[in-house]
Design a binder for this molecule. Sequence first.
Ligand code: ZN
Ligand code: ZN
Length: 444
Amino acid sequence: MSAAIRNHPRIVDPETCLAGCTCNSEHPAPQVTLYSGKDAGQILAEDCRAIYGDRPVLLLFDPETGAVAGADLQRHLQAEKVNLTVYQFDSHPVATAALIETVRALSKDVALVISVGSGTINDLGKYSASEDHIDFWCLPTAPSMNGYTSGIAAIKVKGVKRTLPAAPPKRIYSLPEVIQQAPLKLRQAGFCDVLAKVVSDIDWQCESLLFNGGYCGLPAAMMTEVEHSYSEHPEEIGKGDESAVIGLFHGLLLSGVAMSLAGSSAPASGGEHLVSHFWDMREPITGREPELHGLQVGVGIILSTACYQRLRQLTRDDLPRQAEPLFTETAARIPAIWGPYADEVAKQFDNKREALLQFDTLLPQKWDELQTLFQQVQSPEYFADLFARTGAPFNLEAFRLSKDEFMLAALNSRAIRERITVLDLAAHAGVLEAAAADALQLLR
Ligand SMILES: [Zn+2]
Ligand SMILES: [Zn+2]
């Protein structure tokens, strides 16, 4: 006899969320559901049995996430007589193509992959399952990034971190006390990642105003409703206060859904994310192991908001006409910065050459409307203070970043992606260097 299949609530109710759409296009509502409770392990196991019966299931965790939730979930699944294979990664796994192959070999004939963990373990399970069209569920262990619900995974291919499409999980099960007790640094990282939306949304509006008009107010509208529960509570997040940390976690889940809804990462990833990708991609060259995604993004937020602050001070007459030489100069620096990866980066930068060359006419033309957007962004001092108030250090030294590596990213990360961000605007308005120096002062 098989038990009835339980359906849990979707993270975003399709009707309510579509009310915020301003672009009049279709936004297929993501199906991902959430069950949250002390008994999430038991419920997951029962659901797994009810849906998949005797079909094989693969469970993934590492020693750390095994200790807080994975081993317990394994017991529940075994008690429900789920046909289970367990794979435990070594401590601090890296989402490499080689490890993806290991997971795919193990998941060859399974009906479901379950990840217990945060960024990396989630990406390993999600990407492997997605490649083979296998169902994927996850049990998050930290409110550290917004990737749980997103349609992408960060995988390192031939030494270079890439963002690849991957189907979001069908179901998420969360244990509130595990989320609440996640290490401080992970909570601080999630706090930075969810707040990136505040700047990336304006980046997206600027790009849309200058070029494609593709902006939609829906992702921002979705976030505005929940923002108050975490954005003004850094101390509580630092101390592990239940309502602030769970509020943060739900904000992160929603932020991932917002990206899926928009069909692009633009609502949650602008110039502030480029510096983080820059440092991830530079690992094989510098040997610096990347810091948590959210913390590097936090540094990027300080830079982006410093750019907006400098841009706010300019009038139309201050704008230099320098698009062509600026492109040539920036492109000329790529080989020295990227070595063996220079061709790939040069190709990305070249993809936005045509757009950038229009800046000499477009920026002055749209300056008044752009200023209205610039005015909406808080100062870098505001964010630096907010991040430090979580109680964990927030500076370059804590993130093992040298002043030189920071400046290199500030001035050159806009070349690694096609998307137009505030870093391009600041460069063409002639204030990127000054803004980077402002940010550096706040990151000492
Ligand atoms: Zn829309
Ligand atoms: Zn992010």
